[in-house]
Design a protein around this ligand. Structure first.
Ligand SMILES: NC(=O)c1ccc[n+]([C@@H]2O[C@H](COP(=O)([O-])OP(=O)(O)OC[C@H]3O[C@@H](n4cnc5c(N)ncnc54)[C@H](OP(=O)(O)O)[C@@H]3O)[C@@H](O)[C@H]2O)c1
Length: 323
């Protein structure tokens, strides 16, 4: 698969979001299935794998997902880029004695679960923990010098926070929500990141499945641990309202002999050179389908036509994060 850069880190241009093997989209698959799905993705050319310490069933434990990713990839570890994330709050920092010690404690636990002695990309999952971003940046900088992480990143942040952090220690990537129906980052975040050599890693790039065209107003989501029950964009009214976007994707999918999910990924790859989406799926076939979006290309004329049509569509509802 083609590659891209997140700062100085080289990754496949489409990565793999591993969260759903542990949390967020209903019943999780048997562990062996998840391991094979991740290994298949690697064999198919994916080198970039996204996890987080909190991805566990019902968010009730720590590390379920990191353990699966670690088991799946330890034999090919040196050929992969592992990204994981930590939450940090000020009471932990007080208990540990410094931001550096607190971050390092989280990091060492993640490293053990991921069966690795270095994390390629270590993100702060949210900035809501009451710890100054400059202090976190400094701690990350020391961990880079220690050789424990290759680069660091932030998730779901605005350009003010990105700038404050990046001035202390260069960021490799920003992981924010981004899809054809969630485009706030186009205004400031992506332009800032392009001009400062920071990668952008869109999460929920298929809008939690909406852009695949497989979700209809009749779709029933699962009862347990399924975020789609509270995603406003997936209310029946909003699914119906967004139908013109789904139809547009289907039209392009037919034209390009591809699928709607693939077109939604190809659109962002075409639009920006620093974007590396991490679609999530707990299904082996759909994981490969999404990775194959790397082979679907749009001409400049096709892209412009898609973009112009998309810009005319009103988006109903959002994904459910602070805007
Ligand atoms: N930083 C953060 O705060 C944050 C937040 C959320 C997610 N993430 C990361 O981003 C990754 C991706 O986000 P996400 O999983 O929320 O959203 P997503 O990739 O937009 O969508 C996942 C959903 O779409 C379905 N889907 C995926 N590909 C499909 C296809 N080709 N055809 C039909 N349905 C398809 C999946 O169903 P099936 O499983 O049935 O295929 C699943 O229900 C996660 O795995 C996680 O690593 C980060």
């Amino acid at each position: 698969m083609k590659t891209r850069k997140l700062g100085e880190i080289t990754v496949s241009e489409i990565g793999m979001g591993c969260m759903a093997f542990s949390h967020g989209y209903g019943k999780i698959p048997p562990e062996q299935y998840s391991i094979e799905a991740i290994q298949n993705a690697y064999q198919h050319g994916c080198t970039f794998f996204d996890t987080a310490e909190v991805y566990s069933p019902n968010l009730a434990g720590i590390g379920h997902n990191e353990r699966i990713v670690g088991k799946a990839l330890h034999n090919v570890r040196e050929h992969t880029v592992l990204a994981t994330k930590l939450f940090l709050n000020s009471s932990e920092v007080r208990a540990d004695g410094s931001v550096y010690k607190a971050v390092r404690r989280h990091l060492e636990s993640s490293m053990e679960r991921l069966q690795t002695d270095i994390i390629d990309l270590y993100y702060l999952h949210r900035t809501s923990g009451g710890v100054r971003i400059e202090d976190i940046a400094e701690a990350m900088g020391i961990l880079i010098q220690d050789g424990m992480i290759r680069g660091w990143g932030l998730s779901q942040v605005d350009v003010d926070i990105i700038d404050r952090a990046h001035q202390i220690v260069s960021l490799s990537a920003v992981q924010n929500i981004y899809s054809m129906v969630e485009r706030d980052v186009e205004k400031e975040v992506i332009p800032y990141c392009i001009s400062h050599n920071i990668g952008v890693v869109p999460f929920s790039p298929i809008a939690s499945g909406l852009l695949s065209g497989k979700i209809t107003t009749e779709t029933m989501f699962e009862r347990n641990d399924d975020v789609r029950n509270w995603v406003p964009q997936l209310s029946r009214e909003n699914i119906a309202g967004n139908q013109p976007i789904i139809d547009l994707l289907q039209q392009f999918a037919d034209m390009k002999d591809s699928t709607s999910a693939q077109i939604s990924l190809t659109w962002m790859l075409h639009k920006y050179p620093n974007v590396v989406p991490i679609p999530g799926s707990k299904n082996k076939e759909r994981i490969i389908e999404n990775l194959n979006a790397s082979e679907v290309t749009l001409t400049e004329e096709e892209f412009r036509s898609l973009e112009e049509s998309l810009n005319k569509c009103r988006v109903y509802g959002h994904r459910g994060f602070n805007r």
